[in-house]
Ligand binder design. Structure first.
Ligand code: AMP
Ligand code: MG
Length: 519
């Protein structure tokens, strides 16, 4: 049966916009507006996450009931749901952008599950809100498939993330100009139900601060601590400082995970950074194929490459500095905020050392191991080597003297492979000498490495193939891909095709290596 228990703390405890309805407006002195999802023509369940459903206490019969598709497309509400769109601002590409808000996301309420966990439900693409500005409040199937799959893939990779419960086709078209070049096209629409303990973003705190509404800011900070950081004790400035340090630490840990698995977010604006350090807002994200710190999948950012792979840890720090600035009116002195930012640097350094140790299969990371890893990364970049395949092959090394044959699949360019072979062999012998000093048995090392170096990641072209099929009416490609991504660290016999390097045809194809913000 489709039943959920709600405890909607956000709308109960925080001030609401007195005005109702979706009319676009500036909303002052309030953190959200009540708004109803706009019904769609013909909701159809395309995919769902069995793990997320179970976590919420929904069994397969409930998910497959016609009522589920109605509710999670926005056509009906369950008892206890109180829909709203939240109000936030943000720095976009380095500039303050003012009020943004949930332009096409509608919160439904906070589920309390049998284990007592709080999970907020949010529909993405459920129609206009007061924050939709000039856009339509809808989402296309392609971006919804990408958000649905990547949320769950990241979860199974062990990366902090918002989750996805369901993907529902709306039976309606949405018009988008995919590359903003004057070629608008009708595309199938969809609604994703995403799930997280909290959808608060840095931008939620920046907006009241930017308007000088310090009481609203304080109210939101205290609410966030109470609801999202209940483990923190104390009061006043000391509590606020401890909280900010925690936000910094969580953000650092998430950055280290992104770098470990080769994930590029693509649009790290402050409205897209979660106060819980969760990966949030899957737009023009991508996965590194050939290792390249300068790569970004986001064509909208192709000029400055602000959000390129290698810059993400620094960008997160910049974003935390904006958050610190927003929080500063709550502090008599900036020292506690500076301490928090220092906490970010420390936590990042510790997490990066941990990443190096885990990816290389070492029991501990010494200073010289950072150099060993740096040298490897330089080689992978110059020789155009697939990051995921390289590290997986490295994890499989046994005690025999290695040659480059074991890594053949990881190379994109035969000439570069031949030219760089001596350097790779030299690096491998350095690495083997280091392993000998580490003294872990081979099997133990391999197990540690296989748990840190995934065999399967959601390569852009894999998602695009599932999208192509779904756009033709066949959603099975989404389910198949989700099934593979549920166990990314295991070898899955028969599914080798999902672990291959990016095929040549996908190198410059829309959706495979180039994505825009249009979604
Ligand atoms: P994004 O770049 O997707 O993070 O979105 C930035 C802002 O634009 C947020 O306030 C979104 O809610 C809003 N937005 C993006 N796409 C749409 C859309 N199709 N309709 C309404 N608002 C949107
Ligand atoms: Mg966003």
């Amino acid at each position: 049966m489709l039943r959920l228990d709600f405890d909607n703390a956000f709308v109960r405890e925080l001030p609401a916009d007195p005005e109702q309805g979706p009319g676009v407006r500036q909303v002052q002195g309030a953190l959200y507006s009540r708004v109803q999802p706009t019904p769609v023509a013909a909701p159809r369940l395309l995919a769902y996450s069995a793990e997320m459903a179970a976590r919420l206490g929904l069994d397969e019969a409930a998910v497959r009931s016609p009522e589920f598709a109605q509710v999670f497309a926005g056509n009906a509400l369950l008892p206890g749901m109180q829909p709203f769109a939240s109000n936030y601002g943000g720095h976009q590409f380095g500039h303050w952008a003012g009020q943004l808000g949930d332009g096409r996301a509608i919160g439904l309420g906070e589920v309390i599950n049998a284990a007592g966990e709080r999970w907020e439900l949010q529909l993405k693409g459920a129609g206009p809100t007061p924050y939709s500005r000039t856009a339509d409040g809808r989402a296309v199937l392609r971006s919804s498939v990408r958000e649905f799959l990547c949320s769950e893939a990241m979860h199974h990779l062990g990366v902090p993330t918002t989750r996805a419960l369901s993907l529902i086709g709306t039976g309606e078209d949405v018009v988008r100009d995919m590359f903003y070049d004057g070629h608008p096209k009708a595309e199938p629409g969809a609604v994703v139900c995403r799930v997280a303990p909290s959808f608060l973003r840095f931008g939620h705190f920046e907006l009241p601060a930017s308007r000088g509404d310090i009481e609203l800011l304080r109210q939101l900070v205290d609410f966030c601590i109470r609801r999202d950081y209940p483990q923190l004790a104390g009061s006043g400035e000391a509590l606020h400082a401890a909280w900010f340090a925690q936000v910094c630490e969580r953000t650092a840990v998430t950055m280290a995970h992104w770098m470990r698995v080769g994930f590029v977010h693509g649009v790290m604006n402050t409205d897209n950074l979660s106060i819980l350090g969760l990966t949030i807002d899957y737009g023009p994200y991508g996965w590194v194929d050939n290792y390249d710190p300068d790569w970004t999948p986001n064509t909208t950012d192709a000029g400055g490459r602000r959000y390129r792979y290698g810059a993400q840890p620094q960008v997160a720090y910049w974003n935390l500095s904006r958050l610190a600035g927003a929080l500063s009116p709550l502090f008599a002195d900036v020292a506690p905020l500076q301490d928090g930012l220092r906490r970010y640097v420390e936590a990042w350094n510790a997490a990066e050392r941990d990443t190096v140790a885990r990816k290389l299969g070492l029991r501990e990371c010494r200073d010289e191991d950072l150099a060993l890893m740096d040298d490897l990364r330089g080689l992978l970049h110059r020789a155009e080597v697939d990051m995921t395949l390289w590290f997986r092959a490295l994890s499989d090394l046994d005690d025999a003297a290695p040659d480059l044959q074991a890594f053949a699949e990881a190379f994109y360019d035969e000439h570069k492979r031949a030219a760089s072979e001596p350097e790779f062999l030299a690096w491998l012998s350095r690495y083997r000498a280091r392993l000998a000093a580490d003294a872990a048995p081979t099997a133990e090392r391999q197990a540690r490495m296989r748990a840190a170096n995934p065999r399967y990641v959601l390569r852009n072209y894999l998602a695009q193939q599932a999208i192509d099929r779904a756009e033709q009416g066949d959603a099975a490609g989404i389910t198949d891909l989700l099934e593979v991504m549920r166990r990314p660290y295991e070898d899955q016999p028969g599914r080798e095709a999902y672990a291959q390097r990016r095929p040549d045809w996908a190198r410059d194809r829309a959706g495979c290596s180039m994505l825009s913000c249009s979604s």
